[in-house]
Design a protein around this ligand. Structure first.
Ligand code: SAH
Length: 236
């Protein structure tokens, strides 16, 4: 075999090996662009850092492998243990409400896949997240490390109590529905800080609330009917 032919064959082989992987990444990238345009911008989310973060975080790497083809659809996706990764629009909406900026310290309750934490970590350095299901805490943390968000701090525990040793937080986002705002989370919110939390009974429509601390006063705003998995209290 002449060396020219050998090189040609190697070239074809390498092409066919690299091809599918590259094509797949390209496909996800354009799905992601479309997701931001049609599900987020089209619904009036304008916060530039949030849009940019959603464009960058590879959401398909935060869902189980057999669900990847659903990763960019306009809906939540199951991630096991009865939990879901939230719909992209809601992640964007909640992120924008926190008004994240570099220099802020943010606490998330309900790590799940790690996706919401990754979106925040695109914008700021100090992201803390608490997950009550041990397996999900591990999986979410592994996803974050693998994709390059190793600076996110993950804790396995009951997020009702927040994460006292790193308080106060400039913003807190709760990604599971509570029937009341946990007082420890309010205590850990900095003056002028913002908390976004779905409040209402589990398994029914809840209300997404924005809570701000202003001196001794707590100001609550009801924003949107939503459906989240419940904030559970006991370690399973
Ligand atoms: N933010 C996640 C979505 C997770 S769904 C993501 O981006 O993928 C809600 C998560 O909250 C679930 O993983 C659930 O196990 C977790 N959760 C429920 N109650 C909790 C509690 N008391 N403390 C911490 N996590 C809790």
């Amino acid at each position: 075999m002449t060396s020219v032919i050998r090189i040609l064959i190697w070239g074809l082989l390498a092409g066919s090996l690299a091809g599918p992987a590259l094509a797949q990444d390209g496909r996800f990238e354009s799905e992601r662009e479309r997701m931001v345009a049609t599900q987020v911008e089209a619904r009036d989310i304008r916060h530039p850092a949030t849009l940019e973060a959603l464009r960058r975080v590879p959401r398909h790497l935060f869902v189980p492998e057999d669900r990847r083809r659903h990763a960019y659809q306009d809906r939540p996706v199951p991630i096991g243990y009865g939990q879901t990764i939230s719909q992209p629009f809601l992640v964007a909406y909640m992120t924008a409400l926190l008004k994240p900026q570099p220099g802020m310290r943010v606490l998330e309750i309900g790590t799940g896949s790690g996706y919401q934490a990754a979106v925040l970590a695109e914008i700021l350095d100090e992201v803390f997240t608490v997950e009550i299901i041990g397996e999900l805490a591990q999986w979410g943390e592994a996803n974050l490390r693998r994709v390059g968000y190793g600076h996110v701090r993950v804790k396995h525990g009951d997020g009702y109590h927040g994460w006292d040793e790193h308080a106060p937080f400039d913003a807190i986002v709760v990604t599971a529905a509570a029937d009341h705002v946990p007082p420890p989370l309010l205590d850990q919110l900095r003056q002028g800080g913002r908390m976004v939390i779905p409040v209402g009974s589990p398994f029914r429509t809840q209300t997404l609330m924005l809570i701000t601390r202003d001196g001794d006063r707590t100001v609550s705003e009801s924003l949107l009917p939503v459906r989240f998995v419940p904030l559970t209290r006991r370690q399973p």
